[in-house]
Design a protein around this ligand. Structure first.
Ligand code: FES
Ligand code: MG
Length: 591
């Protein structure tokens, strides 16, 4: 007798399948050896996977090891059966050549686990930069009920009475070291002071940004993302998230019910928080795996005119603890909602609409989260540039300092226009070797370019575009030269670089044709960056160009390079974007 119609959960296809009792015994036998009982596994209770991204090798997410008993308690109390499983680690500060290479590998691993095991719903543990998009991309492809739980930022770092923010203090201390104003011991002390506890970066870097994005997309419980890792509220959130996923399975509330439209809330929220330039490629990847329309130009269309509301490093002053006390993401979105910038009807993991989740939320500290009509600065979103060097590249305007604006973008009669001489580096090794070479004649009228550092080139797209000026220029008090590249930069950097240039140089983007000494023009009014090289010569250079030979060090690097797309398209494994709702397509039995 076919009892398929009676079976409520996907996991019952493994554990309670009268059509194939032999296989059912095999599936149950090896799970019961660790203590799950046959009665339990056949009791019409959903099996909830917990995707564990923390480990000794992934310290940004290690808090999840300690949150696990709270998540499991929540799942149990709501009537589910928890099963924790490991995820390929992605540690931003540990993985070479770059953690970005592993986002898609972790994604692939998650898809295989969720598709191939008896799982009805999943808690995605998130935190460090790429862990969050990798988990959301996987959940979007599989489309089983899923909820994200952030590990939370570290406590605020302090050094000699000043806030020491993750990453941001490194970029600043690197400059002070180059200027001879601090020694190496002081450098080390400053940098380590920024990491005082378990948790991820305490600045509004890529980690806090992507977890805010997860919340703005509706994929977490409200208030999840900003709770610092060691706080009791974090443990309570772990418990409530565990409880909630069981409800989501019973309601069959899936990513496809939540990620339904162009992710407007996330883009608007990203501008308001002063979020990372890594958000566009990650959100693009999540959207593509969810089958939702999004274009890189939407970041300017939807997000540019949004004001900066959050006074947090690198665009502002404070760190994660203050952000949490001021109300975190719901308070920011509450301000945006009152200004009419949020779709109130969007469904969320809580089972309620975004508007219902945000009701009553507003800033609790106007120094940290400012009002929409009295912001830290206006027009805080990204500009999307194009020109003969690339089809698209991003510029984060919320970090442009007054000094930089005055020097490069506010010349009388030339508002937003800057012409300069290009100096081109072939990757970070070349940059480090030559940046102080006087023969390059780098001065305040120079734009620094770096290429060969995109998805295919690096491989994985490296965070190296925020190049520090040569020591001699730093000594003149110039902290930032305009920089451009086909890689990315750290979300904790306060550098107003032009980055994520797509297509990248090694696949034939215009950047490949640029030479040191060329004149280039940046026009922020027209959103263009062009090499001022005449068309005949440009065409000659194009004709003479051939793709460089790239050396792979591991099999994954070769697979990745063969299948990865450009940053403007999310840096996805292109073939993977054709797969949707694979969790609904049951795999065959294994024996
Ligand atoms: Fe992991 Fe910043 S390095 S969160
Ligand atoms: Mg980084």
């Amino acid at each position: 007798m076919d009892t398929r119609a009676k079976r409520k959960f996907r996991s019952q296809e493994w554990f309670d399948n009268p059509n194939n009792p032999g296989m059912t015994a095999l599936y149950i036998e090896r799970y019961q050896n660790q203590g799950y009982t046959q009665g339990e596994l056949q009791s019409e209770r959903p099996v909830i996977g917990i995707a564990q991204t923390g480990s000794d090798i992934a310290p940004c997410n290690k808090i999840h090891v300690f949150l696990m008993d709270r998540i499991k308690a929540g799942i149990r109390d709501a009537g589910g059966i928890p099963m924790e499983f490991p995820v390929h680690p992605i540690q931003e500060t540990g993985k070479r050549p770059t953690a970005a290479l592993d986002r898609n590998l972790s994604y692939l691993g998650l898809v295989e686990v969720l598709h191939g095991y008896p799982i009805d719903g999943v808690v995605l543990t998130t935190g460090c930069d790429k862990t969050t998009p990798a988990m959301l991309m996987g959940a979007a492809t599989v489309d089983l009920p899923a909820i994200a739980l952030n590990g939370g930022p570290m406590l605020d770092g302090w050094w000699k009475g000043e806030r020491a923010g993750s990453g941001t203090i490194i970029w600043e201390s690197r400059r002070l070291l180059a200027e001879g104003r601090i020694d190496y011991d002081e450098f080390m002390g400053r940098v380590c002071a920024s990491a005082p506890s378990l948790g991820h970066c305490n600045t509004m870097g890529t980690a806090s940004t992507m977890n805010a994005m997860a919340e703005a997309l509706g994929m977490t419980l409200p208030g999840n993302s900003a709770i610092p890792a060691p706080f009791r509220e974090r443990m309570a959130m772990a418990y409530e998230t565990g409880r909630r996923i069981v409800g989501m399975v019973h309601e069959d509330l899936k990513p496809s019910d939540i990620l339904t439209r162009e992710p407007r809330e996330a883009i608007v929220t990203n501008s308001a928080i002063g979020g990372s330039t890594n958000a566009p490629p990650h959100l693009q990847a999540i959207a593509r795996h969810a089958g939702v329309e999004l274009d890189v130009t939407d970041w300017q269309k939807i997000g540019f005119d949004v004001p900066l509301l959050v006074n947090m490093q690198p665009a502002g002053t404070y760190l994660g603890e203050s952000f949490f006390r001021a109300g975190g993401v719901p308070a920011v979105m509450g301000e945006l909602r009152r200004a009419g910038r949020i779709h109130e009807g969007a469904m969320t993991a809580s089972g309620k609409s975004m508007g219902e989740n945000l009701a009553g939320w507003e800033s609790r500290d106007r120094d940290v989260i400012l009002a929409y009509d009295a912001p830290l600065r206006i027009n805080a979103g990204f500009l999307v540039l194009s020109g003969n060097l690339f089809d698209s590249a991003l510029m984060k305007t919320s970090v442009i300092s007054e000094g930089f604006r005055a020097r490069y973008l506010s010349r009388p009669g030339h508002e937003g226009i800057f012409e300069a001489r290009a100096v081109v580096f072939e990757g970070p090794e070349d940059y480090h070797e030559r940046i102080n070479d006087p023969a390059l004649e780098i001065d305040a009228e120079t734009i620094l370019f770096i290429r060969g550092v995109g998805c295919v080139g690096y491989p994985g797209s490296a965070e190296v575009v925020n190049m520090q000026p040569p020591d001699a220029v730093l000594m003149q008090g110039i902290n930032h030269l305009p920089t451009v590249g086909d890689g990315r930069q750290s979300g904790t950097s306060e550098s107003p670089s032009i980055l994520n240039a797509s297509p990248e140089a090694v696949v034939g983007g215009g950047l490949a044709l640029l030479k040191t000494g060329d004149r280039v023009r940046l026009d922020l009014e027209a959103c263009r960056l062009d090499a001022l090289v005449d068309e005949t010569e440009w065409a000659e250079r194009r004709g003479a160009w051939s793709p460089p030979e790239l050396r792979n060090q591991t099999p994954w690097q070769e697979i990745y390079r063969r299948h990865v797309g450009q940053l403007a398209d999310g840096g996805c494994l292109e073939l993977a974007t054709a797969y949707h709702k694979v969790g609904r397509d049951l795999p065959r039995d294994n024996h």
